[in-house]
Design a protein around this ligand. Structure first.
Ligand code: KG4
Ligand code: ZN
Length: 333
């Protein structure tokens, strides 16, 4: 049995978790800063770093207590080193290195995007492979074919805004507040998704995404039709995003001959997306795996799970390794 502590501080969640053998979550603690950033309408990097610094030790301590373990019984300490905000990443990476050095444990750096893929293995350890995974968050939107843990191929990504970013920007324009995804999800429940037919960008153009034109289309349409109900606009916008996300994931699954469709990232919490994915999976004869919200959004458990596989594959990371704010997800394996 191997126990890994995973630390995540890439954006606005300070998180730590203990995971056994890359599959069993013993504890997962997340301290969200969303309230600190809400009045600015987005994440303020300086505030994020400072807030991580204030709570990281407490969050790690709580993760150890909840797992019923302590530093002396860990086998490795991992942290997300990118992509993300440089100052924020430094807090988690420094904390992990300090613990590793003090206890003589291996340190493992983890790519945030790779970690998102592991939500599938934590939710369902026996998940049927290969997987087609959609990662849709505030910073990223991509489809990845996963043949096994550590063996994956990036099929496509966004050429401009991420899906969550589009939700946030449209919500701000509609006066629905921050973060915009949950607000639009809620308001759209009372709206007509067919009220306005917004564009479905790059729908039939390979595996890449584009959302900035859709956001502009919403702004232009609302300015031209000021009497439209906000709920109808929200529902119609959401339907356009969901149509694209579902179609691209289904196409990725066909290309990868995937048995299972998976979603991860904050947007994976979207009610309409989840419903539509279940339908789509049934129609294309595949399974849908929708990990719980706590595994979809940023957390330490997926970091620890990814670290367990990385440690076996690549060994420990040298302690002089830094952070990588612009890290991408390379096709690996
Ligand atoms: O994965 P996440 O928690 O943090 C990042 O790594 O970005 O994702 C946050 C993003 C935000 O853009 C937020 O608006 C969006 O996920 N989001 C949603 C929902 N919940 C969160 N988007 C649509 N529907 C939701 N229910
Ligand atoms: Zn994320």
């Amino acid at each position: 049995m191997t126990a890994v502590l995973g630390i995540e501080t890439s954006c606005d969640e300070t998180a730590a978790a203990v995971v056994e053998d890359g599959r069993r979550v013993r504890s997962s603690v997340v301290s969200s800063q969303v309230d600190l950033h809400a009045r600015f309408g987005g994440v303020v990097p300086e505030i994020a770093s400072r807030a991580h610094l204030e709570v990281v030790n407490e969050v790690v301590a709580q993760a150890l207590v909840e797992a019923g373990t302590d530093l002396d019984r860990l086998d490795a300490v991992a942290a997300c080193h990118g992509p993300g905000l440089a100052g924020a990443l430094l807090v988690g990476v420094s904390a992990a290195k300090a613990l590793a050095l003090a206890k003589g444990l291996p340190y493992v750096q983890v790519n945030h995007l790779e970690a998102h893929l592991y939500a599938a293995f934590l939710e369902e350890p026996e998940v049927e492979l290969p997987l087609a995974v959609l990662i849709a968050s505030g910073g990223h939107t991509m489809v990845v074919a996963v043949e096994a843990p550590g063996r994956y191929r990036v099929l496509g990504g966004t050429v401009d805004d991420a899906a969550g970013e589009a939700f946030d920007k449209v919500a701000r324009f509609l006066g629905l507040g921050y973060p915009g995804g949950p607000a639009i999800d809620q308001v759209a429940l009372d709206g007509d998704p067919a009220a306005v037919v917004f564009p479905r960008p790059m729908m039939d153009q390979g595996h890449d995404f584009s959302f900035s034109g859709l956001k502009t289309a919403v702004v232009t349409h609302v300015r031209d039709h000021p009497d439209l109900a906000v709920a109808d606009v929200a529902a119609s916008f959401q339907e356009a995003v969901v149509d694209v996300l579902v179609a691209k994931l289904v196409a990725a699954a066909a290309e990868a001959e995937a048995r299972t469709l998976v979603v991860a990232g904050g947007v994976a919490a979207n009610t309409r997306l989840r419903t539509r994915l279940l339908d789509a999976a049934e129609r294309c004869g595949r399974k849908a795996l929708l990990p719980g919200r706590e595994l979809c959004t940023d957390n330490g458990a997926t970091i620890a799970a990814a670290a367990w596989w990385r440690l076996r594959q690549d060994g420990p990371t040298p302690l002089d390794a830094g952070v990588a704010p612009n890290l991408r997800l390379p096709s690996g394996g």
